[in-house]
Design a protein around this ligand. Structure first.
Ligand code: FES
Length: 128
């Protein structure tokens, strides 16, 4: 029994199981909230279609219609996927994803997690 299971089992008697389960789910999903200033040289790649900027485990891509923000964490077993310029490949078991995060091959059970991108002037705000 690992620490999480011990706490869930032990705390069931005192009525805090749902809180622990909630906290557990939050730790897996994470909270994303950052901005990218498109006028900064560090974000210049976002001026071109298929250009991308990585912030932690999140990639922001300029598409032909706007911007996509995706988790780089593979939905199979959590390895970090690599951006190829037209999609993603997972180094662990060969999973592949298209540029919008949809599964195109291999064992991943679902698409890469998407985040919300809002453009206000020259600033992108990424949340999720
Ligand atoms: S962890 Fe990515 S394909 Fe298995």
């Amino acid at each position: 029994m690992d620490r999480k299971d011990f706490l869930l089992t032990t705390c069931a008697a005192c009525g805090v199981t749902s809180t622990l389960a909630f906290l557990d789910s939050c730790s897996k999903v994470g909270i994303i909230n950052f901005t990218l200033d498109l006028t900064l040289p560090a974000n210049a790649a976002l001026a071109h279609t298929n250009g991308a900027v990585i912030n932690g485990n999140v990639i922001v891509i300029k598409t032909s219609t706007g911007y996509e923000a995706l988790s780089l964490i593979c939905t199979h077993q959590g390895c970090i996927v690599s951006y190829t310029g037209h999609g993603f490949v997972c180094p662990c078991h060969g999973g592949t994803f298209n540029i919008t995060g949809g599964v195109t091959g291999g064992p991943p059970p679902s698409a890469l997690t998407k985040y919300t991108v809002v453009k206000n002037g020259t600033v992108l705000t990424i949340t999720g």
